[in-house]
Write a protein that binds this ligand. Structure first.
Ligand code: 8YV
Length: 315
């Protein structure tokens, strides 16, 4: 039997690509100049989509693949997959949960520390010779002992909380309901109330239509001029225009962001702000985690083609 054909939406590291190429016919959509012509040429035989969290799979793409059985996402977030379109056709969807949880939490906490302590500017201070010529670096803001709010206490939010206890932060969280695995964390139902009592607000929500712009003007203003917003989830959870306005006007203290609307082409206004830390959506980007993510993408595809249960299904 010929190898199954897979539509590959974005590139993967070499070790994943080699394994995928060895077992399947990978149709590299991201390399095609004319995407429609590519789908017209190969769509009829494609049984799977291999995509990435931020790239997903649109309804138009799904509709162009009559034999599609499965969408395997390299990432825990599958908000960019048109789930309704997949559900209508009984198409399975898988993601890569758990393996990336702690790396994403690590980066969120690192971003908080880095921005609070002005580490990027401090590095330049040394490299530019200012330490020697001008003296001590400007004083920065303390982290320990302050108040952290976690918006969305799923797996990643919980790992953020675990890490923050080591920094002696007072931690509260908001979610759709209190979590039974977080009895020692204070629950605040309303995100605006949570923001009002936070110095650091971590956004760790799985994104969906229901959470779109959950961090809007009310949450941002409640966090206030001394507050820091840290987003390691999806840009759609934040009203980016309201965020940029508040950062520019000083109504919000600062923001550390790993995700952006329209990334990687981010809003150029971010580049004019000095109260932001900008990261290129790499919270899961360690060798160890990305290898496990790639393995899961492959294992889910293989399971589907072999008729075995899927390791990590979401649909
Ligand atoms: C990845 C992600 O950066 O897990 C997710 O939802 O967005 C990330 O882990 C991405 O999928 C890799 O391209």
């Amino acid at each position: 039997m010929s190898a199954p054909e897979v539509l590959q939406v974005g590139p993967y590291p070499a070790w994943d690509q080699e394994r995928l190429d060895a077992h399947f016919v990978m149709r590299k959509y991201f390399e095609a100049d004319d995407k429609d012509a590519f789908l017209a040429a190969h769509g009829a035989n494609i049984r799977a989509i291999a995509t990435r969290g931020e790239l997903g799979a649109s309804r138009a793409m799904i509709d162009a693949l009559p034999k599609l059985e499965i969408i395997s996402v390299y990432g825990v977030g599958y908000d960019a997959v048109d789930l309704a379109a997949a559900r209508e056709r009984g198409i399975r969807v898988t993601n890569t949960p758990d393996v990336l949880t702690k790396d994403v939490a690590d980066l969120g906490v690192a971003m908080m520390l880095c921005l609070s302590r002005g580490m990027i500017g401090a590095e330049s201070w040394v490299r530019d010779g200012n330490w020697q010529s001008k003296g001590l670096y400007a004083l920065q803001n303390r982290v320990w002992g302050k108040r952290a709010g976690i918006l969305g206490l799923g797996r990643i939010g919980f790992e953020v909380a675990r890490r923050l206890t080591g920094f002696d932060l007072q931690i509260a969280y908001s979610d759709t309901a209190p979590k039974d695995y977080a009895t020692d964390l204070r629950y605040v139902a309303d995100p605006v109330a949570l923001a009002a009592e936070s110095d650091f607000l971590f956004v760790t929500l799985a994104a969906s239509a229901a959470t779109r712009h959950i961090v809007g003007p009310a949450v941002i203003d409640a966090l206030g001029p001394q507050g820091m917003l840290i987003n390691i989830s999806r840009a759609s959870n934040i009203d980016e225009n309201a965020l940029i306005d508040a950062l520019s006007a000083g109504r919000l203290g600062s923001a550390a962001l790993d995700v952006f609307d329209g990334e990687p082409k981010i809003d150029p206004r971010f580049l004019t702000l000095d109260n932001v830390l900008l990261q290129p959506h790499h919270a899961s980007g360690t060798f160890e985690t990305r290898k496990e993510m790639g393995r899961l993408v492959f294992d889910n595809l293989s399971a589907q083609f072999d008729g075995r249960p899927l390791p990590t299904p979401v649909l």
